[in-house]
Ligand binder design. Sequence first.
Ligand code: NAP
Length: 328
Amino acid sequence: MEFTRTLGRSGIEVSALGFGCWAIGGEWQDGAGQPLGWGKVGDEESVRAIHRALDLGVTFFDTADVYGTGHSERILGRALGRRRDEVVVATKWGNLFDPDTRTTSGTDDSPEHLRRALTASLRRLGTDHVDLYQLHIADADPERAARLRDACEELVGEGLIRAYAWSTDDPARAAVFAEGPHCAAVQHALNVLQDAPEMLLLCERADLASVNRSPLAMGLLTGKHAGRRSLESGDIRSRPPAWLQGFGDGTGADPAWLARVDALRDVLTGGGRTPTQGALAWLWARSPRTVPIPGFRSVAQAEENAGALEKGPLTAAELAEVERILQR
Ligand SMILES: NC(=O)c1ccc[n+]([C@@H]2O[C@H](COP(=O)([O-])OP(=O)(O)OC[C@H]3O[C@@H](n4cnc5c(N)ncnc54)[C@H](OP(=O)(O)O)[C@@H]3O)[C@@H](O)[C@H]2O)c1
């Protein structure tokens, strides 16, 4: 049986797991040279991984115009090709970037930029509409964001987008977008190590989907960082910005985070799950509104992550055991 979820009040149905397309954008940086990608990736492998995901029943893909300064959208568009209408495509706007130097240069929260950015995303994705369009400025001014929400309503009317969301961890900001009739979701950080009860409450009250970024705690929950794995220099985790938690100063994963990953291993790997699949199963058990969007960079990761769909959520007893172990 297919395991699906609905994007809030939009009624748009997606596989309960989406694929996050940040890493497949390849390397890019900010004006100060801070890496913003996940290091080098192979485009052919990225395309094969997306095809594998499609074959395994994944119908939801999340990207952003800025990932790889346009490259992620291009790769996703190329991989989907004629199968585009079989899936739900989410992308984001709000950042400024130069694809020639693969460098970002700030943000733009004007309605004029919204239109320009959408036109460019449609071209890169090779499509005539975006299913879920997301504001990518997490801390944008709420009053200015209300103008963007209203502009999104116009775009829905024109058939250029089907629904919209704000990518933010702040429930008060998400609530501003939720006032728009075609707001369908909020994208926010949620994983077994980083709960977000207030945001989930808002999703419940406002009938929004909770699209979960960093569902694997940026790789920590896969269990493979236990041996202080070294990360390449173009990988954002090798020089973590202030908002990126769990990777310490870049010399290796934070021991306190690894200890919690270790403590959860047995309960998450019940039912024949891998640690990665267990982390996704926790999200589905946490709320009926969650749609995790784990990142990937290989066919093997695509298969393991999509394979979690068959195993479904943790049981209520396993969920309670997780909370007991973490003393929440
Ligand atoms: N502000 C925003 O809107 C925002 C911010 C962050 C993320 N996102 C979205 O959320 C998506 C996912 O979040 P995230 O990128 O922060 O991280 P994540 O999903 O928590 O972790 C993804 C990383 O874990 C590793 N991984 C994935 N599957 C694996 C497997 N089966 N086995 C071993 N390792 C595996 C891969 O990196 P390695 O192989 O290098 O370890 C992968 O890039 C992004 O792609 C993006 O679409 C949005």
